[in-house]
Ligand binder design. Sequence first.
Ligand code: NCD
Length: 309
Amino acid sequence: MSELSVDHLLGIKYLKPTDIQLIFETADHFKEVINRPIKKVPSLRDITIANLFFENSTRTRLSFELAEKRLSADVINFSAASSSVKKGETLIDTVNNILSMKVDMVVMRHPNPGAGVFLSKHVDARIVNAGDGAHEHPTQALLDSYSIRERLGGVEGKKVVIVGDILHSRVALSNIFALKMQGAEVMVCGPKTLIPKYIDTLDVKVETDLIKALNWCDVANMLRVQNERMEISYFPSTREYTQQFGLNKKILDNLDKEIIIMHPGPINRGVEITSDVADSENAIILDQVENGVAVRMAVIYLLASKIKR
Ligand code: NCD
């Protein structure tokens, strides 16, 4: 297969296992490119991409922008904080105005779940979801699986635990879809209040004891507590959360086996993970960041090749 089965990347749930395989094989090529002295290819010289960020982001926005520039696309950036959205403009009006400037692809982060799907039905451009509320964050899940594949030689049959705030995490949901699609075993671990009720429908294991979860897994993906999405308290205090679900070096050293530690960033050092763990040999957090650029180059390249001219 040399083509994606989808015209947009709206969520992992819309992909087929062969799409993930194609994205990874394409990313392998781009990873080699970005490690060359000249890190740029002319592939998308005739493509214009708009990065629309209606929600805060550091690494995802920079990673997409770098990926686009390394493919030689023309790039325009928009952030809601400094835009007419604040003056009451609708999403479709904002995007249509931008598309009138002949934009081929839109990378969008938006606080509303389903914003990307909505947009894909109303505007004539390829859409890449860079995070839609607490719903999906497909490129994060792809780069996470790509990083597991790189370190462990594959994803199939691996045991992955996602630890922390599962309820508010788009990273968790996209990872669950992606890992299961590739034949991994998935567990979620966190306080009961931060595990969604619909978890039963996702065919994953649930554990509330961090040590048991870590002794079960090959890979632990430590998530940040998404305080900005909480209107009520889900646990007594940050200190108590850290005592029960924070990963420190002592816990890591006392496990029965060597495990790999991941984190999508931004890290709250000392809350979900201590500095000595984040900076240890077991952590592949910076590999995830590097792989993010290669994986996003692959996604953008493959979607651009489907643009009809
Ligand atoms: C995540 C996000 O924004 O969903 N970060 C990211 O994209 N690198 C996770 C988070 O904010 O905790």
